[in-house]
Design a binder for this molecule. Structure first.
Ligand code: WT7
Length: 684
């Protein structure tokens, strides 16, 4: 081993992924695209920073126009469009009435296939948002600056609730419906919410879940942490029916439909908020410590969500746009609710799981509703490919545009998405961003750039990334992997961690900060925590979190490139790689694979995986074990829990897995790897 191998720095990864061939967007897509002017990158160059972002702010209606584009006096909590007054609810609803009153704002698809869709026009949305805002004001006494926690499934009442709160300037904190009552309670306490808004039940995978029962646990947890919840508002999933077993708590719990009776026809003036007032909190997990409440602004966030929706999602008012994600995540906030509705689009919402009752469901919905823009995560694409590779071809739908978001996509999977789902015609954008960033950081501009499977593409207009090595030296294009940072502020960036400014500065800005006293944004590169490589063509390939890196004998291997190699084996549908402690090499990879339906496992598959890794990456990456598992342990949002697998491989206790989508599979895998009984030893 050479000296150089031993000196590889923390974020560097030996990159063995081959260069992929590019795909050109279709001429028919380009002909109708919102953004076809390559000069946009000049307009948004650092020379024109920060004034360039006026272009995004001007997509909105301001109650009072702003005077200062960027105020850096509170560095690194940047203030955008200072002096401006604006209301998000007004921008997503009221301002569209004149032209689009009768247009569908939201089309909701319930999970049971025989339950009719619900279509909410902009006029209807306006009425419902106003009446519910009146409930929040009159029955709960809520006012601008208060926080309210929302724990709801994917129903139209969720965006209605968000927009009603935004109308009053109340800060919403949406907790993913699949999270436990305890997780919800912790977030209630952290945000200081006195009101919880929930729903009695919802459909998931063919059953009506009792969601209301989580509310009691949430309220108890919050109380134990010192936060009293005064009111719990409960939407009912089925008209006039209460589907929960739990009793209503007198004086605390209220059915929303009953409160609404008193507010028929009431209109509530949208409250003009300062551009930099918070619109919402979105909790996300860090490597350690409690969840971080990412605080997003009203004006900057909405401008960034609208601008990126227009240019990258290519949304026109006449499009039917479907982002198959959950509003409980930032993707749903920016690209189901705020971005599309700010542009007067029709936004489709789906209640249930993508594979219910079968893997053709999403394509049936697309056909029925004539969806032409589709947006989802690689994990869902992998699942649909695994369960029904030939399904998309059976349905008559046509996407002009598709998105992938949330994790790197393996080129193999990308190609299935392109050829089978996109039918070789849809432009694909691979959008890299984070809860913290409000909107996209890197993506191709769909009519301007070729697509490269596995690469997010160039930076967005006005986003200026830099890859630093551990010492803060910029890595040139074509160089090694390093820590990808953003040199400049942008309007979508979160403002702080709710209640923890120190942690905010420490986590995101300290690493490459040049002077903690500086008020100059140039001294405050934003640390994303992701490792990336920049190719000579200007495309970024995101390798994953810095902590997703496996160090084998001084070589940093991206878990994703190993997993990608596994997927080249025909029978393999999903792969997860975790590091196992090894005396000599430091770490060696352990590999978990799940097979496509009907495929048989056994030694041939295991050997195939080892061989594929050896040939695409090298013997250095040779795995310790290849485990063939029935399914991967996954979060409810579909992310493979590599941490759980790593614990199993390293003989450790798996910890609390109750919030996973499939906790039972964990025990099955543990027994397979550790053998019976081993678990108790590890726990004890
Ligand atoms: C992390 C952020 C983006 C909203 C949903 C997830 C990874 C995200 C990509 C992509 C490769 C990606 C990064 C990032 N990630 N998008 N297109 N290619 N990696 O938000 O839960 O805050 O996760 O997801 O590692 O840091 P999040």
């Amino acid at each position: 081993m050479s000296d150089q191998d031993l000196n590889v720095t923390e974020a560097q990864i030996a990159v063995h992924w081959q260069e992929e061939n590019k795909f050109q967007p279709a001429a028919s897509f380009i002909a109708q695209a919102n953004m076809t002017d390559p000069n946009i990158y000049k307009r948004f160059s650092l020379d024109n920073f920060p004034e360039c972002f006026k272009e995004y702010a001007d997509l909105l209606d301001w109650e009072q126009y702003w005077h200062t584009t960027l105020d850096t006096s509170d560095a690194p909590s940047w203030k955008w469009f200072v002096g401006g007054k604006i209301n998000a609810s007004y921008n997503c609803v009221d301002r569209h009435l004149e032209e689009h009153r009768n247009k569908a704002a939201i089309i909701w698809v319930p999970e049971p296939e025989d339950e009719p869709h619900v279509v909410i026009t902009y006029q209807e949305l306006y009425v419902r948002v106003n009446e519910f805002a009146a409930v929040l004001r009159d029955s709960c006494g809520l006012k601008a600056g208060d926080r309210v926690t929302i724990h709801m499934p994917m129903v139209p009442e969720l965006p209605i609730t968000m927009l009603a709160l935004a109308r009053l300037g109340v800060i919403h904190s949406v907790v993913f419906g699949g999270f436990s009552g305890k997780a919800c309670g912790e977030r209630i306490a952290d945000s200081g919410s006195k009101v919880l808004i929930t729903m009695d039940g919802y459909n998931r995978n063919g059953t009506m879940l009792d969601h209301r029962r989580k509310a009691d646990e949430a309220v108890e947890t919050a109380k134990a942490e010192g936060q009293d919840v005064e009111k719990v508002l409960i939407w009912r999933r089925m008209r006039g029916e209460y589907v929960s077993e739990k009793k209503m708590v007198k004086g605390r719990d209220y059915f929303v439909d009953e409160l609404l009776q008193k507010q028929k026809g009431v209109r509530v003036e949208p409250v003009a908020m300062n551009a930099e007032d918070p619109l919402f909190l979105m909790y996300t997990s860090g490597t350690t410590g409690k969840p971080k409440g990412c605080q997003h602004s009203t004006g900057g966030y909405l401008a960034y969500a609208a601008g990126t929706s227009k240019f990258v999602q290519d949304i026109h008012p006449e499009d039917v746009y479907w982002c198959m994600a959950d509003i409980g995540w930032i993707t749903g906030h920016s690209y189901i609710v705020y971005g599309p509705l700010a542009l007067a689009a029709t936004s489709v919402m789906y209640e249930g799981v993508p594979g219910f009752p079968d893997a053709g469901r999403p394509w049936r919905i697309a056909e029925q509703l004539n969806v032409n823009i589709f947006h989802t995560a690689p994990t869902t694409v992998r699942m649909l490919r695994k369960a029904g590779p030939a399904e998309p071809a059976k349905y008559n739908f046509k996407f002009k545009h598709m998105t992938t978001v949330g994790e790197p996509i393996e080129p193999e999977v990308w190609r299935w998405y392109y050829h089978e789902v996109g039918k070789g015609e849809a432009a694909i954008v691979d959008t890299w961003w984070q809860t913290e960033t409000g909107g996209f950081l890197c993506s191709t501009m769909p009519a301007l750039h070729a697509m490269k499977p596995g690469s997010a593409g160039p930076a967005m207009p006005g986003i200026h990334p830099v890859i630093y090595d551990e010492d803060g030296n910029p890595v040139p294009p074509g160089g090694t992997a390093g820590n990808i940072c953003i040199q400049n502020p942008w309007p979508g960036a979160f403002q702080t961690i709710w209640g923890d400014q120190d942690r905010f500065v420490r986590t995101y800005y300290e690493k490459y900060n040049k002077d903690p006293e500086s008020k100059d944004w140039r001294d405050w590169p934003y640390f994303t925590g992701d490792a990336a490589v920049l190719a000579t063509d200007g495309y970024y390939r995101i390798l994953g979190r810095v902590d997703d890196v496996i160090n084998v004998a001084g070589h940093r291997l991206g878990t994703k490139e190993l997993e990608s190699a596994c997927l080249l084996v025909d029978a393999v549908a999903e792969a997860a790689v975790v590091p196992v402690a090894d005396e000599i090499k430091g770490r060696v990879p352990d590999i978990y694979v799940a097979l496509k339906p009907g495929k048989r496992g056994g030694k041939r598959v295991q050997d195939g995986v080892v061989e594929s890794i050896e040939t695409t990456i090298g013997k250095i990456a040779r795995p310790n074990n290849v485990w063939i598992v029935p399914d991967m342990p996954k979060t409810r949002s579909g992310k493979i829990m590599r941490r759980v697998l790593a614990s199993i491989s390293n003989g450790r206790d798996v910890g609390d897995v109750t919030t996973l989508a499939n906790p039972d599979v964990v025990e099955e895998i543990r027994v397979m790897v550790q053998g019976e009984g081993h678990g108790e030893e590890a726990i004890g």
